[in-house]
Design a protein around this ligand. Structure first.
Ligand code: UT7
Length: 323
């Protein structure tokens, strides 16, 4: 049985760090409120010349280097993003060209904060069915350019960045002892569209628009949806919460992360948290957190790693993989 195994990982952040104190000067907020309600202490904000494609390219280069692969070895690029450089073509083809890759397929995936989970699931399906052999899966965002910087209920929450993994098709035994993606669980429910959306678009306003969110409403659904897809991953693989070495959640809010871990019975020592440093970077948050925990030696080869995300749509999902 073919498994999609992680061979390399990378990350990139903009140069500029914006601590909460800086936002106190522009909107009616406090460092204390932001830390208490979200756990966020700072975020990175893209400057001139830093775009979703440039951050994604940098993350991809590091992932390729760690994998020991030349760019031409890649035959699939999926970029999870809701903040592309252009309406079209896909940011993935831009990154493909920047890397000098001339073969294979490259496309974007739009599932907002769940984008990286959806992209991992998609790459897994391509690799297992033989449509591709080596994939770059990238989560890259410049949400700062979608924010209404006068809206304190949203502008303090988000940040920019990118993370990437190289997945390779490897023959496994078909058991949960295999390295690679063991299951992916994806869900969407468009009836929640109005709770988290961008109020502009190509075929409606002809503008980019700004992010709008009913934060409390999103919060209310988050923990239940997250635990639903995690329990589905356990059921699909016959694993249990005790088998999990690392939970790498989407980093939206420390309270959602802690609440989900508590409901599932996962001790906080096994949860990777970067929301304090990165804020919510949407589709980039999971690969950025994976990079943090794998590069400092916490996540080791053979560890069982659980990814989960929930966001606009709503969309939500989980991926269970052995590192
Ligand atoms: O990644 C995609 C998924 N997105 C999420 O998961 C986000 C989910 N939601 C959340 O994380 C939280 O709901 C928030 C962090 C957005 C807000 O936290 P909350 O505990 O739900 O606060 P709230 O919206 O109920 O607001 C409480 C109060 C309000 O004032 P009143 O109405 O009680 O007088 C807000 O106006 O806090 C006020 N407030 C602020 N105060 C200071 C809202 N934003 C701010 C702010 N600074 N930046």
């Amino acid at each position: 049985m073919i498994r999609a195994v992680v061979r390399g990982f990378g990350a990139a952040l903009p140069k500029r760090v914006v601590p909460n104190a800086e936002l106190e000067k522009t909107v009616d907020t406090t460092d204390e409120w932001i830390v208490q309600r979200t756990g966020i202490r700072q975020r990175y904000i893209a400057g001139e010349g830093e775009t979703t494609a440039s951050l994604g390219e940098a993350a991809a280069r590091e992932a390729l280097e760690r994998a020991g692969l030349e760019p031409q070895a890649i035959d699939l690029i999926i970029v999870a993003t809701a903040s592309p450089d252009n309406t079209f073509p896909a940011t993935a083809v831009d990154i493909q060209a920047r890397l000098g890759i001339t073969g294979g397929a490259a496309f974007d995936m739009q599932a907002v904060c769940s984008g990286f989970v959806f992209a991992m699931a998609t790459a897994d399906a391509y690799l297992r069915t033989g449509l591709a052999r080596r994939a770059l899966v990238i989560g890259a965002e410049t949400f700062s350019r979608l924010l209404d910087w006068n809206d304190r209920t949203t502008c303090v929450l988000f940040g920019d960045g990118a993370g990437a993994v190289v997945l390779e098709a490897v023959e496994g035994e078909g058991t949960v002892a295999d390295r690679g993606i063991l299951t992916a669980q994806l869900r969407s429910d468009g009836s929640h569209k109005a709770k988290l959306y961008v109020d502009g678009g190509v075929s409606t306003t002809g503008t980019i628009g700004h992010l709008r969110m009913e934060g409390r409403e999103v919060f209310k659904h988050a923990v239940g949806m997250i635990t639903d897809v995690i329990e589905a991953a356990f059921a699909a693989t016959g694993t249990t919460v005790e088998d999990v070495d690392w939970l790498v959640p989407h980093q939206a809010n420390r309270r959602i992360i802690d609440g989900s871990a508590k409901k599932l019975g996962i001790p906080l020592e096994k949860v990777v948290v970067t929301v304090d440093r990165h804020g919510n970077t949407s589709a980039a948050s999971i690969p950025l957190a994976l990079h943090a925990a794998a590069s400092d030696g916490r996540i080791k080869q053979g560890d069982l790693v659980l990814l989960e995300a929930m966001g606009g749509g709503f969309t939500w999902g989980s991926v269970l993989l052995r590192w």
